[in-house]
Ligand binder design. Structure first.
Ligand code: F6R
Length: 263
């Protein structure tokens, strides 16, 4: 794992967008794993600008989202399909047929979860998976006690996640209590992972995920097992990390990062 600390939220977001864009330019048929949430809104705005200003091309890109609420159809403004169309897909040149989310409306959720896994495999696996972290420590909707080898399935959302996301709904009680999510194992199969974490409210859970033990109680801690995982954070989110100076030293000295603007 590498941890990159940027001074501001904007800088952390921009760097994340640059890494994604760089990989997409190198590999136009990139299979990209996507996340939703407040953190990602800024990131998608950056990718949209890159598309509009520099022609960043998504025409051959295929995407797989981490999760979707159970019971919300795509046209529901709180569904993740709606979020993705609204923040990204409708603003870039992606073929909507190449964009996939788990189906929270499937009659047989178990079967549709299996099919989602198959679809990812048929696409050749995820090249680059983008992640955020929830206040429960989740990645995707892998709530505490998720098996580190779990695959796509239905999960009950925990009180911490309901507290985090229900204010986004018109009536908090309308937030679904279940979601379909890629498993921790599915996520760890991605060839490369980038987790973007911003804001003071994420500092404590981030420090546990990065510097604490690997535990099913904090699914993001499983990222320590991944051979190519980069965590990009702003100073606020990094505020409780003990080894900040070490992470900064690595970033400044690692030849892999020389082409990116140092901030
Ligand atoms: C959503 C997802 C979640 C979010 C996390 C952080 O698709 O995968 O794990 O990344 O809940 O959400 P925000 O950015 O709203 O704090």
């Amino acid at each position: 794992m590498e941890v990159i600390i940027q001074k501001t939220t904007e800088m952390a977001t921009k760097l994340t967008a640059e890494v994604i864009a760089d990989q997409l330019r190198k590999q136009p048929n990139l299979v990209l794993g996507l996340a939703t949430g407040r953190t990602m809104e800024r990131l998608y705005a950056e990718l949209v600008s890159d598309h509009k200003e520099n022609g960043l091309d998504f025409s051959l890109c295929e995407t797989f989202n981490l999760d979707e609420y159970v019971g919300l159809p795509p046209e529901n403004i709180y569904s993740y399909r709606y979020y993705m169309n609204d923040h990204l897909f409708s603003k870039i040149n992606i073929d909507l047929r190449n964009t996939h989310l788990p189906d929270g409306m499937a009659e047989d959720l178990e079967l549709s979860a299996e099919n989602y896994e198959k679809l990812i495999t048929e696409a050749g696996g995820i090249d680059l998976q983008l992640l955020g972290i929830g206040s429960s420590g989740h990645i995707g909707f892998n709530e505490p006690l998720s098996a580190l080898q779990s695959r796509t399935r239905e999960k009950a959302l925990t009180p911490a996640t309901i507290a985090q996301n229900s204010p986004l709904f018109d009536k908090p009680e309308n937030m679904p209590r279940h979601a379909m999510t890629m498993g921790v194992g599915t996520i760890l199969d991605a060839k490369r992972i980038i987790m973007l974490v911003t804001g003071k409210e994420k500092a404590e859970i981030l420090s546990k995920a990065v510097e604490g033990p690997v535990t099913g109680m904090i699914s993001a801690s499983a990222l320590q097992l991944h051979p190519k995982c980069t965590v990009i954070v702003d100073e606020d989110a990094a505020s409780l990390l003990k080894e900040k100076d070490y992470y900064k030293w690595i970033f400044e000295n690692d030849p892999g990062w020389t082409k990116f603007e140092r901030r």
